[in-house]
Ligand binder design. Sequence first.
Ligand code: HEC
Length: 142
Amino acid sequence: MKGSALAGAALALTLAATAGHAGPRGDYMLECAGCHLQDGSGMAPKVPDMRGIIGRMVQLPEGRAYLGRVPGAALSPLNDADLAAVMNWSLKAFAPQSTPADFEPYTAEEVARLRSDPIQKPAKARRELLKALAKAGIDGGG
Ligand code: HEC
């Protein structure tokens, strides 16, 4: 009995140590916060402040796609399911007000499709997206 309890504990530790089991917040801190900082505020002017704005971006199809195709996300070492979880977590953590109540969470399948086509000129894509958001009346800064 004692032996199998120990084996169980060892298995649990092994699973916990496997990549991707830090959970979305832990994955964000490991793989994204180096550039985006813990609170999503980024490092201007290179790394944009994603607070608030990402919840507006997902309201347009091209914005929803942009978040999965932007190089920092698309090229991250996280697998599709873990990246989807980080993106869904980021929306809750950094854009709780602007993310629509009926937002449909990213799935691993959607993320796999989006990240297979990373954006080549992200700064230009972002500028165009911000214009499209303003045109659609989905702006409001931040
Ligand atoms: C090496 C630095 C770096 C890392 C690491 C990084 N990013 Fe980024 N991220 C950027 C930069 C720079 C941009 C602005 C677009 C561009 O120039 O690529 C950006 C843009 C974004 C955006 C769009 C925000 C906006 O307002 O346009 C999202 C969402 C994003 N990153 C998510 C992530 C996620 C999720 C991770 C971790 C899996 C991550 N990034 C890791 C540098 C990074």
